[in-house]
Design a protein around this ligand. Structure first.
Ligand SMILES: Nc1ncnc2c1ncn2[C@@H]1O[C@H](COP(=O)(O)OP(=O)(O)OP(=O)(O)O)[C@@H](O)[C@H]1O
Ligand SMILES: [Mg+2]
Length: 257
């Protein structure tokens, strides 16, 4: 059965896009098929995967032209077992139109229904917000991952997110939406604040926090600059190892095999 997993966070720059790319790659590397969907108009996935040409079709048609089947929105890449739907929301007027459609929180859920037969995992990267796109991502998901940096302000944003998430979960009685976990990202044990905040988070929310921690890792930055995932760039780096460990933890914790 296909699992839809979304990376969401109201806070920007916490590692959503990096984690979405590397988890989708880790699944592909592990022999699963994955579809990576970019809901962020910044088109970060396309840039991070080194695709310089604008996407001829993508999220614009996903939302505005339901007559185009999902299969036709998928871009060819040289990644085995892995497909992409890139963001091609280029103008403010497109963004407004897509947002209007997105007022229907269940729109994406219906749209992705037909893609489910083709993939083991659908991974969604959403913008740093609780806007229509993020809510559409949450509605269509089975599992939500919340990336978090170990900084003092993070705890405040975490509390806000958990309140909003619980509210959505209560509304969505028709499905089994779960918080897969809080994912600590860009962790550097040399920083006292990282050690202190991570201890606090594990103490209060232990079950909801992934055991896997994504370390701050130069190879991740280098990979992104080269338009690759860190798994394809340097499989033996601590960054790649962490994302593969995250995949295994997810598969075990939620019996996703
Ligand atoms: N583990 C890591 N080690 C070092 N740098 C990282 C790591 N993870 C992410 N980064 C870098 O941090 C920056 C922000 O990451 P990313 O774009 O994934 O965050 P985001 O949450 O998607 O941001 P936005 O909210 O703008 O969409 C990027 O420059 C990325 O290369
Ligand atoms: Mg992003």
């Amino acid at each position: 059965m296909t699992a839809i997993i979304s990376f969401v966070s109201q806070k920007g720059g916490v590692g959503k896009t990096t984690s979405a790319i590397n988890l989708a790659t880790a699944f592909a590397f592990g022999g699963y098929s994955s579809l990576l969907v970019d809901l962020d108009p910044q088109s970060s996935i396309r840039f991070s995967m080194g695709v310089n040409n604008k996407a001829p079709v993508g999220t614009r048609e996903l939302f505005l032209d339901p007559s185009v089947p999902i299969k036709e929105l998928v871009q060819d890449t040289d990644h085995e077992n892995m497909d992409f739907i890139f963001s091609n929301i280029e103008t403010i007027s497109h963004e407004r139109s897509v947002f209007d459609i997105g007022n229907d929180s269940g729109f994406l859920q219906q749209r992705l229904e037909n893609a489910k037969d083709d993939y083991d995992f659908i991974i969604i990267d959403s913008p740093a917000s609780t806007n229509n796109m993020a809510v559409n991502a949450i509605y269509c998901s089975d599992l939500i991952i919340l990336p978090l940096q170990c900084e003092s302000l993070a705890i405040k944003s975490l509390k806000r997110f958990l309140v909003a998430f619980n509210e959505l979960q209560r509304q969505l009685t028709s499905k089994n939406l779960r918080l897969a976990g809080i994912l600590l990202t860009m962790y550097d044990r040399k920083f006292e604040v990282h050690r202190r905040v991570s201890q606090q988070i594990y103490k209060v929310l232990s079950d909801s926090v992934f055991e896997t921690i994504i370390p701050r890792n130069e190879a991740i930055i280098e990979a992104s600059a080269l338009g690759k995932s860190v798994i394809t760039y340097k499989l033996n780096s601590i960054g790649a190892t962490a994302y593969i460990k995250l995949m295994n933890e997810l598969v075990d914790k939620f019996s996703l095999r």
